[in-house]
Design a protein around this ligand. Structure first.
Ligand code: UDP
Ligand code: MG
Length: 152
């Protein structure tokens, strides 16, 4: 199994509900090694770049508002960005997160325990986890400068 890097974001609903420590604990328990960590005030530009593959989806404008904390009334656009390394890190982090739709996520996963669907139909699912190798590589580079990551 290949050693991979992956990007995790504790989204504004996660930071707001004090779930950052829980996310870190679960990723630790999954055997992953943290190689980068920082609080980020997410600009509109960064949000759009991060989610550019979803730009044609009807929920895209709300997704940008969500990742920037605007649904939660944050003025500081607070997200915690984490980079992890490990064998099969991408799959392991996705397993910790659970399915995208909190209603479909297993109860033992973070999204299954703490995610919700808003009355407007949007998923609030606590964290982002890169979905495949290409995304993980692109996303780690987008959120972290090389000198902000522990060396391999
Ligand atoms: N999303 C949503 N409704 C959908 C699909 C996605 O609100 O029908 C949001 C949700 O916050 C999700 C994000 O858009 O985490 C990115 O979607 P993606 O399909 O990449 O899911 P993920 O990789 O986050 O599991
Ligand atoms: Mg995705």
């Amino acid at each position: 199994m290949a050693v991979e890097k992956t990007l995790i974001l504790v989204k504004p609903d996660g930071t707001h509900r004090k779930l950052t420590g829980l996310v870190i604990d679960r990723l630790d328990a999954a055997g992953l090694e943290m190689v980068g960590a920082k609080m980020v005030s997410v600009s509109e530009k960064l949000a759009r770049e991060h989610y550019k593959a979803l730009a044609d989806k009807p929920f895209f404008p709300d997704l940008i508002k969500y990742i920037r904390g605007e649904f939660h009334g944050f003025k500081d656009h607070r997200v915690m960005a984490l980079a992890y390394r490990g064998e099969n890190a991408i799959g392991k982090a996705r397993a910790v997160a659970g399915a995208t739709n909190p209603e479909h996520a297993s109860p033992g996963t973070i999204r299954g325990s703490f995610g919700r669907i808003t009355t407007t139909g949007h998923f609030e699912n606590v964290l982002h986890a890169s979905s495949d190798e290409a995304d993980a590589e692109r996303e780690v580079k987008l959120w972290f400068r090389p000198d902000e990551l522990l060396k391999d």
